[in-house]
Write a protein that binds this ligand. Structure first.
Ligand code: MN
Length: 321
């Protein structure tokens, strides 16, 4: 993986940065942003981290997470370089109404958009955190414990903690180095996977109870959903559903797991996880969303039944592509 020289040059020469990541942030978005902010600060730059949704409780263990601002009010953004991480268009980050001095994009999502003056998009990279690691190294910045743990978490979450097929030897080498630099794998794993609220667990049970297995051509797809009522009954929020779509994928014969969650009366978000038989990035794109081959999502309006029908059609069209 090679960091474009142009990107390094801009980071060396400019002095004021605002780092932003996508709405509903997860470990890669947050860990990458915080690590880059700490790194830029450590060489005397002014850097801010913005996320419109803030830090979900699941990620409040991230070192230096208090750096994250949920508002850009009062900052003359036009004097700052934007670094958009883990997404590649400003409306994904809720910053489409702001102007910046220069727009930089660092992302690993397949869907390419035209936004950005200096772009580094690497769909082959397991995580944006891995790209940020290379940027920090190439800038000659020493990675401290806080940066290490943020980068480790970013890489960990996007590789299913070193289980998905994006877990390359490079991923493991970088992770090992981050552990040497102070990241604590056991602490991160416990916080990511074994620190649920009881309510979140109840919501998972509700979701699993909705599961149906549908055969599309030769492959089995598991459908689950969460209604607004279920959120209300368990006193949980959308952020509590992170990774829920992975559970039905545990079943041997399930190739694709789709979880729909209701966001408004007639509005749903679908999150899909696969094992390779269907290119879910293409399925998501056909329905106005995006993502990776084995992890993608989209938003849609209408009834759940309608949505399912559209999705089944799209999966049919994209089997083995
Ligand atoms: Mn990512």
């Amino acid at each position: 993986m090679r960091v474009p020289e142009e990107l390094l040059e801009v980071l060396r020469q400019e002095n004021k940065f605002i780092i932003a990541s996508h709405i509903n942030p997860e470990g890669d978005a947050l860990g990458s942003s915080i690590a880059l902010c700490l790194a830029l600060k450590s060489i005397g730059k002014e850097a801010h981290v913005f996320n419109t949704d803030g830090v979900p409780y699941l990620y409040q263990f991230l070192p230096s997470m208090q750096l994250i601002k949920t508002s850009l009010d009062g900052l003359p953004t036009w004097q700052y370089c934007l670094v958009l991480v883990d997404c590649n268009e400003p409306d994904r980050a809720g910053i489409e109404d702001y102007r910046f001095k220069l727009n930089i994009v660092v992302d690993h999502h397949l869907t390419r958009k035209s936004f950005g003056d200096v772009k580094w998009i690497e769909p082959e990279s397991a995580a944006t955190g891995l790209m940020i690691y290379h940027i920090i190294k190439d800038l000659g910045i020493k990675i401290d414990r806080d940066m290490a743990e943020n980068l480790y978490t970013a890489i960990s979450i996007d590789t299913g903690t070193f289980r998905y097929d994006n877990t390359t030897s490079e991923v493991l080498r970088v992770a090992a180095e981050l552990v040497d630099l102070g990241a604590d794998p056991a602490r991160v794993a416990i916080r990511l996977y074994e620190s649920w609220t009881y309510n979140r667990f109840k919501l998972l049970l509700e979701m699993l109870n909705t599961m149906e297995l549908i055969k599309i051509k030769d492959i089995k797809v598991a459908f689950t959903h969460i209604t607004l009522d279920m959120f209300r009954q368990t006193d949980t929020t959308q952020a509590d559903t992170e990774n829920f779509s992975n559970f039905p994928r545990m079943i041997d014969e399930v190739e694709v797991s789709v979880m729909f969650r209701q966001t408004d009366d007639d509005a749903w978000k679908a999150s899909m996880r696969g094992k390779g038989a269907v290119n879910l990035a293409l399925v998501a794109a056909s329905l106005g969303g995006g993502g990776h081959r084995n992890a993608a999502g989209f938003k849609a309006e209408g009834s759940l039944e309608d949505l399912k029908a559209r999705l089944i059609k799209s999966i049919e069209d994209n089997i083995n592509q």
